[in-house]
Ligand binder design. Structure first.
Ligand code: PEP
Ligand code: MN
Length: 332
């Protein structure tokens, strides 16, 4: 149950109620909001008189639900807005990992050339093997910081564990919580304490319910700026790296108020399928796509097989606008 308290309710009173109801408490637009487990349906007449609105949901998808907010949340990233009624589809690109100044500069130049406003690259990489390249860590963040001011791009970068979450939050314009970190509550709680947009990637073994509940950790901690990212789930199929769950994207669109970005690169795992999947996703009416690109994919230190060349990306990018326009969306 979500209890939005009247603006006149002061902090001390809101805190007392949160203890009485064993509810999470946060503040939004000057009002206090209490969230109890969804099964809690009882409310005293006294609390009812202090409430501006009470929302009941059918599961612990609460703040992210359409019951709470019928319209999709609007998220502002620099000069770009997604969600709400914008019908904007944002394109995000960049390499899997920051590898060197020359490499990340080349990627930033690709963004400028194609009109892409958001560069994505990882510095702390959650690799499956401890023997693989783990990312440039702090050095990579410094490079991204330099690129940000040189090229005026917005930066999205990944937080791998709670040891560097505050560093990443400071440097990133959008914080990426990766598929493997989706369940890390220290990360989610730290992301709740900022107002920066947080892009949560779906764990490849996570149900949609679990995925959205990860978002609830951030929302209920007071950060309303959460974006969901479908990046493929593990199925019986082994010919592709993962299976892009576009049915799940439809479900999220229908049942949540969060903007949705699709990452076909990690789902497919091979460059040859990425453009087709990206076009299919854009045709659904989504809030963004995330595509991995590299100046020389064959030499990439991570995810080499799935990164697009600059030529492939440029051709893909050109093809997206008419697809988006066909369903009254706009590539931004
Ligand atoms: C990545 O975005 O480079 C990455 C590691 O993705 P995921 O968390 O989806 O596996
Ligand atoms: Mn990657």
């Amino acid at each position: 149950m979500i209890i939005e308290l009247k603006e006149s309710v002061q902090k001390a009173q809101a805190e007392k109620l949160s203890i009485a109801y064993q509810a999470l408490l946060f503040q939004e637009n000057g009002k206090y909001i209490l969230v109890t487990p969804f099964k809690q349906k009882n409310i005293t007449p006294e609390v009812e008189s202090l409430a501006q609105r009470v929302t009941h949901t059918s599961s612990d998808i609460q703040l992210a639900s359409k019951d709470f907010r019928a319209q999709k949340r609007t998220i502002t990233i620099g000069e770009i807005t997604i969600g709400g009624n914008t019908q904007n589809t944002i394109v995000i690109t960049g390499p899997c990992s920051v590898e060197s100044e020359a490499q990340i500069t080349a990627c930033a130049e690709l963004c400028v050339k194609t009109g892409v406003k958001i560069l994505r690259a990882g510095s702390f990489k959650p690799r499956t093997s401890p023997y693989s390249f783990q990312g440039l860590a702090e050095e990579g963040l410094q490079l991204l910081h330099k690129i940000r001011s040189t090229f005026g791009l917005q930066i999205i970068t990944e937080v791998k564990d709670s040891s560097h979450v505050h560093q990443v939050i400071e440097y990133a314009d959008i914080i990426q919580v990766g598929a493997k970190a989706m369940y890390d509550q220290a990360i989610l709680r730290a992301c709740a304490k900022t107002q920066k947009p947080v892009l949560i990637k779906r764990g490849f073994g996570s149900t949609l319910q679990e995925f959205v509940q990860a978002a609830e950790f951030v929302l209920s901690g007071g950060n309303p700026n959460v974006i969901l990212c479908e990046r493929g789930i593990r199925t019986f199929e082994t010919k592709t790296r993962f299976t892009l769950d576009l049915c799940g994207v439809s479900w999220l669109k229908e049942n949540t108020n969060l903007p949705i970005i699709v990452d076909p690169s990690h789902a497919m795992g091979f460059a040859y399928g990425v453009s087709d999947l990206c076009r299919a996703a854009v045709a659904m009416g989504i809030d963004g796509v995330l595509i991995e690109t590299h100046p020389n994919p064959a030499t990439a230190q991570s995810d080499a097989e799935q990164q697009l060349t600059f030529e492939q990306f440029t051709a893909l990018h050109k093809s997206l606008q008419p697809i988006a326009a066909a369903i009254n969306y706009r590539i931004v």
